[in-house]
Design a protein around this ligand. Structure first.
Ligand SMILES: *[C@@H]1O[C@H](CO)[C@@H](O)[C@H](O)[C@H]1NC(C)=O
Ligand SMILES: *[C@@H]1O[C@H](CO)[C@@H](O)[C@H](O)[C@H]1NC(C)=O
Ligand SMILES: *[C@@H]1O[C@H](CO)[C@@H](O)[C@H](O)[C@H]1NC(C)=O
Ligand SMILES: *[C@@H]1O[C@H](CO)[C@@H](O)[C@H](O)[C@H]1NC(C)=O
Ligand SMILES: *[C@@H]1O[C@H](CO)[C@@H](O)[C@H](O)[C@H]1NC(C)=O
Ligand SMILES: *[C@@H]1O[C@H](CO)[C@@H](O)[C@H](O)[C@H]1NC(C)=O
Ligand SMILES: *[C@@H]1O[C@H](CO)[C@@H](O)[C@H](O)[C@H]1NC(C)=O
Ligand SMILES: *[C@@H]1O[C@H](CO)[C@@H](O)[C@H](O)[C@H]1NC(C)=O
Ligand SMILES: *[C@@H]1O[C@H](CO)[C@@H](O)[C@H](O)[C@H]1NC(C)=O
Ligand SMILES: *[C@@H]1O[C@H](CO)[C@@H](O)[C@H](O)[C@H]1NC(C)=O
Length: 594
């Protein structure tokens, strides 16, 4: 059923050369990169909870969930507490916001972390690398979409943060998690601005709630969220080490489901932390390099139902705080580092298959993966409250089109590697529920381009990547009336240039780094439009010894802009040498013309 063609042009020249080891690009920053007697705040530039001029109403109540120190936690089971809704403000609520704050001092690498309620992931986050006298940070995220989970009592509330503490890495992460519950926020903020102001603003935390723009996928929280995650005895996320490792979970969907969306959480680590800059394995082998960061520069997370492809995601390349040049992310971290994006896959067209009363296999995998990826998912299910059984059927399922073009050229350590991938899919299906018979059609298009160039005997490396994704979802009634139509266009270009030369001391090297990356989203819902853009540019230099930065400096510039029906928001910041030079923001609430 899947149409697939590909062709390769492989050209390589080889000859003898001496072996040099390629610079790896995950580093520990010097503790004294900036001078602070007091703990310093590390921040991710995000949109505010409300992008309107209207103040956010105070929460009805705040629940402190836990305070915990993550010391040596590597390969240990998750930390758990028991969660129940607060007694002083029981459900229903209109919104809920997760407040995560952390502090650390000493020496430590950045670490990956996740938060789950009853196995449902609600946050994927990473940590800053501490400065000598301490670093603190906070993350706020709208978690209204998990309302059905937040209403449960006596369920496990868990967090994982894989940290290693020894004589060298002394940093212990202290973390506090609270939930803010809001009631009737929509009475304070009018309905339209709630949808595109507070509702959306809250949903946008970092502007990375992919798919949530324009009135959004989760405007009405799902009635049920089914975790596609590990059991929590050792892990909640699945650790995927290779392409052949498939994660398969059997699920049963309630017979009155009328809409299903799979929300994917993913982060890339180890030899795939910088997957977008990995050359083909042949280049590494021919040059006798010691690095294991190979397998080319294309990765795709796939979602299958009973073996058939239903979703594909090229993840946004989140750079953690130790990545490429740690001085670039001090004190403003890279886009998405504290609130990694999740990705929505609309599965409603597949209800015809899912609603047969049998269990079905959901499969997650990562194409071309090398060790390791942390992946899990949540299945959001909306139910027909007025009928116990809903009928559904598959409509036209056009075969997925896939094109893969690769061109390699290299001579010894210099060369270029290009990949171009395109994928298109179109599916539709009907659901006959108590409100009527509706047909949902979903069209998806992905365009991926990556080019890696090595020059100057491999010491100069340029990575240029472009990802464009377009998703359109239309719902039509049985008499042909358009009920809703949403589209989301997302682009995330990335450009990295590094240049390494031998350093002054023994086993040292100097590196100049230039990084620019961006997340751009345009969405429409009916005739409402929103656009969002987050751009970061950083240039820097450092003196390295193994994995440690001995000294260096970097300048980073970031601008964030958002335009919606109810207003617009602008934020711009500049950092240099570990200091925040400026961070200006402005809100405007006037009706904007496009
Ligand atoms: C940390 O604070 C001490 C004094 O408390 C100061 O001497 C030292 O320079 C500070 N370190 C950094 C990196 O700012
Ligand atoms: C966490 O610490 C704060 C501040 O000390 C305290 O108010 C709160 O009750 C603590 N939360 C829990 C769950 O112990
Ligand atoms: C973390 O918490 C412990 C125990 O409360 C405290 O001793 C330590 O100073 C805290 N660390 C930081 C960086 O604040
Ligand atoms: C939750 O557990 C507590 C203590 O075991 C119990 O008293 C309470 O009834 C439970 N609540 C629910 C809703 O199950
Ligand atoms: C957390 O809960 C899970 C599942 O109930 C359990 O397997 C795990 O051991 C718990 N973790 C800790 C640290 O108690
Ligand atoms: C790689 O190692 C092999 C075996 O030692 C050797 O024959 C070959 O010339 C080396 N290639 C390069 C590019 O150094
Ligand atoms: C469900 O049924 C109730 C009572 O029969 C009715 O008031 C309500 O409008 C119905 N809701 C929907 C969504 O059809
Ligand atoms: C489904 O369609 C049939 C025929 O059009 C209709 O009688 C029935 O009420 C519809 N609704 C459900 C929930 O099956
Ligand atoms: C619902 O509509 C689709 C498309 O118009 C049609 O094929 C299907 O038979 C209808 N289902 C019911 C139960 O009427
Ligand atoms: C790259 O970074 C260096 C060092 O900060 C800077 O001088 C240079 O202008 C940057 N180049 C580009 C193209 O951004």
């Amino acid at each position: 059923m899947h149409f697939h063609y590909s062709f390769f042009i492989i050209i390589f020249f080889t000859s003898l050369s001496t072996t040099i080891s390629q610079p790896e690009n995950h580093f520990l920053k010097p503790p004294s990169s900036s001078l602070h007697l007091q703990p310093q705040e590390s921040i991710e530039l995000t949109l505010p909870l409300s992008t309107t001029n209207l103040p956010i109403p105070p929460p009805e109540c705040t629940l402190s969930v836990f305070n915990h120190s993550f010391a040596y936690t590597y390969s240990q089971p998750p930390f758990n507490v028991t969660y129940s809704p607060p007694l002083d403000c029981p459900p229903p609520w209109s919104h809920a916001v997760l407040q995560f704050s952390g502090e650390i001092s000493g020496e430590q690498y950045d670490r990956i972390a996740g938060v789950w309620i009853s196995g449902v992931e609600i946050l994927r986050t990473s940590t800053p690398e501490p400065s000598e006298n301490g670093t603190f940070w906070k993350v706020e995220k709208d978690i209204t979409r998990y309302m059905s989970v937040l209403q449960q009592s006596n369920v496990s509330f868990s967090m994982m943060l894989e940290n290693i503490v020894n004589d060298e890495f002394t940093g212990i992460y202290n973390v506090s998690v609270s939930i803010l519950f809001y009631k009737d926020a929509e009475e304070v903020v009018n309905v339209k601005s709630r949808k595109l102001g507070l509702g959306l603003g809250l949903g946008l935390g970092s502007g990375l709630e992919f798919g949530d723009l324009g009135g959004g996928v989760y405007e009405e929280p799902a009635d049920l969220v089914i975790p596609i995650a590990d059991d929590g005895n050792q892990d909640y996320w699945f650790r995927i080490q290779s392409e052949s490792e498939k994660i398969v979970r059997s699920i049963e969907i309630p017979m009155n489901a009328k809409r299903v969306v799979l929300e994917l959480y993913v982060s890339h680590h180890g030899d795939d932390e910088f997957w977008y800059s990995n050359p083909p394995t042949e280049y590494i082998e021919m040059n006798n390099l010691t690095t294991s960061r190979g397998n080319g520069a294309f990765r795709e997370v796939s979602v299958k139902i009973d073996g058939g492809l239903v979703g594909f995601v090229v993840p946004f390349p989140v750079i953690f705080t130790g990545g490429i040049n740690p001085l670039s992310w001090e004190p403003v971290v890279a886009i998405g580092a504290f609130d990694l994006p999740s990705y929505d896959v609309e599965l409603t067209p597949y209800l015809g298959t899912l609603l047969d009363g049998k269990s079905h296999k959901i499969e997650l995998g990562v194409a071309n993966a090398i060790s390791f990826w942390l992946v899990d998912a949540n299945l959001h299910v909306w139910m027909d409250k007025n009928s116990s059984v809903v009928q559904a059927g598959m409509g036209a399922i056009e075969p997925t089109e896939y094109e893969d073009e690769r061109e390699w050229k290299f001579k010894q350590l210099d060369g270029s590697f290009e990949i171009e991938i395109e994928r298109k899919s179109h599916t539709s299906g009907w659901v006959n529920c108590s409100l009527g018979n509706f047909t949902t059609s979903v069209a998806q298009k992905l365009k991926f381009e990556n080019k890696i160039e090595f020059q100057q005997s491999g010491t100069q490396k340029t990575v240029e990547q472009k990802v464009k994704v377009k998703t359109e979802v239309k719902v039509v009634s049985d008499i042909g009336v358009l009920i809703s139509s949403r589209s989301l266009k997302r682009e995330y270009p990335l450009k990295i240039r590094t240049s390494t030369t031998p350093g002054p001391g023994e086993d040292t090297s100097s590196m100049i780094t230039n990084i620019s990356h961006e997340l751009k989203e345009k969405s429409t819902s009916g005739n409402l439009q929103t656009s969002f853009q987050n751009v970061q540019q950083s240039g820097g230099s450092m003196l390295l010894k193994d994995h440690s930065v001995l000294s260096g400096t970097a300048q980073t510039h970031q601008t964030l802009s958002y335009k919606g029906q109810s207003g617009c928001f602008l934020r711009s910041a500049q950092t240099s040498g570990g200091e925040l030079l400026r961070d200006d923001s402005s809100v405007c609430s006037s009706h904007l013309s496009w």
